[in-house]
Design a protein around this ligand. Structure first.
Ligand code: TYD
Ligand code: MG
Length: 466
């Protein structure tokens, strides 16, 4: 009988050990080892030869290498192009991660069906061809060249890729794929590692870009070993609140472009709609001003957008006041509340504070501090803030208002959306370019903020004319 070869793998980082270990010596994770069968017969083909049927490459002189990195393939979707840094680089391996049901399959199928002139091989191990057809009809089939392939055995997939020479390949999802060279089940660390290594060889060898869809664990990491993230050229994360229709595609790693780009989508009945102007969905335009609302000019990566922050400050019923946030770091909120307490004299210790962002967005930009502070003050005094004002600034521990990064871009976005004034830090020595229709108000500390927002008259604004 053939000998069974087993090994233990760390689920977090893919570290391989001959024995079970409580703590991973590589990444330090506890209880992360799982037993996996690698090969039934120790004399079978070593895993490293998995891609033996693929075209062999040889060393090339640097000047002989074709200069195709500059060529980008248009995906036919402006937001995806943006996140990829201007389109797909030929031969790249792109990982799309995200929680189940967020829309990874929808997005990739939509790319395959869009009018981009590319022949896509969409390999699915999750849904049947009929189910995919149903979805495709909903999205709208523009590109009839798209091919659907229901398969999970990697050797068959590679054979089809070699035969069909598609322009783009989508693997949905890497956790359902397996190779015959390894005996562990699909989704195990060794399978994911081998399958992605083979796909990498195929992508590099043929110049065909491959999109790999990967699930995400409860902790928010891309399931399977970290190795997957190291192997691929680009990691995109699809985020969003499943109760909400907005989705963000975020570049986490990109060997060919900036990592800070985001793409914004809305999930509709006919698939994902590109949202070119995120501010349009993040500002609610209530008829009359409401207390506790403030608009901040935020920047995510390099993209400016305006977002509404809403807070509710109420008397605490219990000894320890409640603080609750959606889409924002609670520690940062507590810090801002402590600053208001100490520097402005608001009695925050007796108050419950709830904070929300429009559209279920997650905000980490410190440039939103000023808008959050203004919103809390507005709710505390129950006095609305003029809807024509927005904010962009960081708040320091001494209550000083510091310049937010990329303030210039924030101002121009606010001007574009028709805001009459924007409150920024007075500490920036730089004069800002003048934007028609918006006055730039500079303040130095949070105590000044209260005076500005509640006694705001047009005559008060001092325009930054330098
Ligand atoms: P899906 O792409 O299957 O998610 P993932 O592959 O990330 O698990 O997305 C499924 C969700 O999207 C599902 O709840 C239905 C919704 N959806 C729409 O709202 N409109 C559509 O046109 C499509 C195709 C899906
Ligand atoms: Mg799916």
């Amino acid at each position: 009988m053939a000998k069974v070869k087993k090994a233990y793998f760390c689920r977090e980082c893919g570290f391989e050990a001959p024995k079970w270990l409580g703590k991973c010596p590589s990444c330090g994770a506890w209880g992360s080892f799982t037993e996996e069968v690698i090969a039934r017969d120790s004399g079978s083909v070593p895993a490293a030869v998995a891609g033996a049927s693929l075209p062999a490459t040889r060393p090339q002189r640097v000047t002989e290498i074709k200069d195709n990195v500059t060529r980008r393939i248009d995906t036919g979707n402006s937001e995806v192009n943006r996140v990829l840094g201007g389109g797909i680089v030929p031969g790249s391996l792109i990982l799309i991660g995200g929680e189940p049901g967020i829309g990874k399959s929808t997005l990739s199928l939509q790319l395959a069906l869009s009018d981009n002139g590319l022949r896509t091989l969409y390999v699915s191990g999750e849904e049947s061809a009929e189910q995919i057809k149903l979805r495709a009809s909903r999205i709208g089939i523009v590109n009839e060249e798209c091919m659907i392939y229901n398969e999970t055995l990697l050797e068959n997939i590679v054979a089809q890729m070699d035969e069909l020479h598609p322009d783009v390949v989508v693997i949905d999802s890497i956790q359902t794929m397996y190779t015959d060279l390894i005996d562990s089940s699909a989704g195990s660390v060794s399978q994911i590692r081998e399958c992605s290594a083979t796909l990498l060889k195929y992508a590099k060898g043929s110049g065909t870009p491959v999109f790999i869809i990967g699930h995400i664990t409860k902790e928010g990491a891309i399931a399977g070993p970290k190795i997957l993230e190291h192997i691929v050229d680009v990691v995109l994360q699809f985020e969003g609140d499943t109760n909400n229709s907005y989705r963000i595609l975020r570049g986490i790693k990109n060997r060919f472009g900036a990592t800070f780009e985001i793409g914004v989508f809305e999930m509709t009945g006919e698939g994902l709609r590109v949202v070119e102007n995120p501010s349009e969905i993040l500002l609610s335009h209530y008829g009359e001003p409401l207390s506790g609302m403030a608009v901040g000019a935020a920047v995510d990566g390099i993209r400016p957008y305006l977002i509404e922050v809403q807070s509710l400050v109420g008397g605490a019923t219990y000894g320890t006041p409640q603080r609750n946030t959606t889409g924002y770091d609670m520690k940062r909120l507590n810090m801002l509340l402590a600053i208001l307490e100490k520097r402005v004299g608001l009695k925050m210790f007796q108050k419950d504070v709830f904070l929300n962002f429009a559209g279920g967005f997650k905000v980490t930009d410190t440039g939103m501090d000023l808008a959050i502070t203004a919103s809390v003050m507005s709710s505390y005094f129950d006095r609305p803030i003029d809807q024509s004002i927005c904010f962009a600034g960081e708040v320091g521990l001494s209550g000083e208002v510091r310049p937010a990064p990329r303030t210039e871009q924030r101002i121009s976005e606010a001007a574009r959306l028709g805001f009459k004034s924007i409150i920024v830090s007075g500490y920036s020595g730089k004069p800002y370019r003048k934007h028609p229709g918006i006055s730039v108000i500079r303040i130095n500390n949070v105590a000044e903020l209260a005076r500005r927002i509640f006694t705001h008259k047009d005559s008060d604004t001092e325009e930054d004319n330098q």
